[in-house]
Write a protein that binds this ligand. Structure first.
Ligand code: CO
Length: 184
């Protein structure tokens, strides 16, 4: 079970622009730790605070997806992409879009500035999956999902395909609930 409940698209929280973190302290450190736990429990490579219901500018990323030593774990507060270069396309998923993925075009290399939960300045260059993942999560902080990165025609088709998956999931959940009542 994830520590924090995940917000599922098309929830309005995912469309808001998140606000800057202005104070780094005890409660925030705990929230970051809860985000990390939620990301690992959900087998995600990244998570943005709006996806757990908070419109504040925090993202967590671990492209290794596993917490053995936390070496590849990044928690970025108020992340800003100051520079970006190149082009890449990758089949992305999102914890707020269960069962759905789409090919998304993004920048290949990025230069990011942020703060750590301890208030230290972070300055990093990223490429490949790490770069893609950070761009995806920073988009969430701006109320942008990966669907918004598709052209209008692709977006319409992707939206339809995603909502079909949602309906099937809901039908399945309803069937299971009915079975559970009959089993009693
Ligand atoms: Co996402």
């Amino acid at each position: 079970m994830p520590k924090l409940p995940l917000v599922i698209y098309p929830d309005a929280i995912l469309k808001n622009r998140s606000t800057d973190v202005t104070e780094i302290g005890g409660e925030l450190v705990q929230f970051c730790a809860d985000m990390v736990e939620t990301m690992y429990a959900s087998h995600g490579v990244g998570l943005a605070a709006p996806q757990v219901g908070s419109n504040i500018r925090i993202i967590t990323v671990d492209v290794e997806q596993e917490p053995p030593n936390g070496e590849t774990l990044l928690t970025l507060i108020n992340p800003v992409i100051v520079e970006s270069h190149g082009r890449t396309t990758y089949e992305e998923g999102c914890l707020s879009f269960p069962g759905f993925s789409a090919d998304i075009r993004r920048k290949d290399q990025i230069h990011v500035k942020a703060y750590s939960p301890e208030g230290k300045e972070i300055d990093l260059e990223a490429e490949g999956l790490l770069s893609i993942c950070i761009q995806h999560e920073v988009d969430h902080l701006n109320g942008v999902t990966f669907l918004d990165r598709l052209n209008p025609i692709q977006r319409k088709l992707a939206y339809r395909r995603y909502m079909q998956i949602r309906r099937e999931d809901e039908d399945r959940a309803a069937d299971e609930a009915i079975l559970a009542i009959h089993d009693r």
